[in-house]
Design a protein around this ligand. Sequence first.
Ligand code: PMP
Length: 363
Amino acid sequence: MLKPRPGVMEISPYVGGEASASGVNRVIRLAANENPLGPSPTAIAAYEAEKGELHRYPDGGAHALRKAISAQEGIPADQIVCGAGSDELISLLVRAYAGVDDEVLYSAHGFLMYSLAARTVGAHPVTAPEANLTTDVDAFLVRVTPRTRLVFVANPNNPTGTYLSRTELARLHAGLPSDVLLVIDAAYAEYCDAADYSNGAELVARHDNVVMTRTFSKIHGLASLRLGWAYCPPAVADVLHRVRGPFNVGQAAQAAGVAAINDRAYAEQSKEQNKRIRAWFGEKAAAMGLTVVPSQGNFVLLRFPDGPQAAERTLVALKSRGILLRAMGGYGLPESLRVTIGTEEEMHITADALQEVLSDGGA
Ligand code: PMP
C-alpha cells in the first residue's frame, strides 16, 4: 500500500484565518494578521510592471531583492536567502537539518508551522511551556536533548504577541549546543518598539548556528505574493540554496518586494497606525472585562475570563455580523480569540460589536 513517510499522517493541515462569512454585506477580516492598509502603492506599481514578462522565469538568485534587503538591514546580501513566504524557509530549514526521530523544539503556544514542518520529515515536535504566555528560556533549555536539531522562537510570538528581550534571546542561544540551529522567526519585527527587543540579527552575525526569518506578508502587506527571507550564516545559506527550488520566488513578488522595502515611510506609517489603534482597542477590550495580552505585533490576544465557551460564542456572534476573528483552540488557548488590528473604522465597528455581544452574554 502506498504510504507517506512516518509522521505525515499525524499532521493536521494548517487552517488559515477565515476570509468570508455568508449573509452579511460587509466582511471585516481580522483573522490572518494582514496589513489592513494593503501594500505600498509603489509595490503595486512594481508588481503591475511585471505583467509583460510572465512568460519568463524569475531571477532564481533574487539579486535585486537581496541587495535591497541588504541595504535596508545592513547585512550582507550573500547571507540572505529568499523564499515563498517565511513558511517555505521554515520548512526548508527543518527539511535540511532534521530527520526521522529528531526533535524540533518550540514554545507551547508557538506558531503552528513548526510542528507541521517537523512532522513532515518524521521529526518529533517538542514544546516548552510558557511563563505568563511568554517564551521561557529555562523551559526551553531543559528540553534540549541529544536529538534536538532545531529550536524555533517566534519573536514576537504569534498568537500571544509577547516577546523575548535581547538578553533573554542571547541567553537562549548561549545555552544551546553548537550543533542545534536556533531559528528566530521575526515575522512581526517591524511592529515592535520595546526598547529591549531585538530581531536577533546580531546573533546571526556572530554565530554559525542562528538564523533569522522575516516576511513581506505583514508590515509590507504582500501576503498574497508569498515572499519571505532568511538571514543566515554562510554555511546555512549554502544549505538552503541547495534544498530550495531554483525559482522559488516569482519575479512579480521580487519586484514588489524591492519597492516595498524601499518605501520606508509607508512601513513607518503602518507601524504607527497599528500601534495607536492596538492601544485604543486594547483599552476598550480591557474595559469590557477581557484580559488583553500586551502585544508587540499587529494583533492582540483577548482572553475570556468566562472560558472557552464564552470565546466560542463571541467568535460565532461576531462572525454573524461579518467580523472574522481567529479561534485559538489549535494553539492550546481555547479561552482566547486573536484579533488582527484592522483600520480605525474596522476596529471601531469591532469594539462596538464586541461590547454588544458581551452585554448580551455572548448571544
Ligand atoms: N511566522 C509567524 C510567527 C507567523 O505568524 C507567520 C504568518 N502567520 C509566518 C511565520 C509565515 O508568514 P509568511 O509565510 O506569510 O511569510
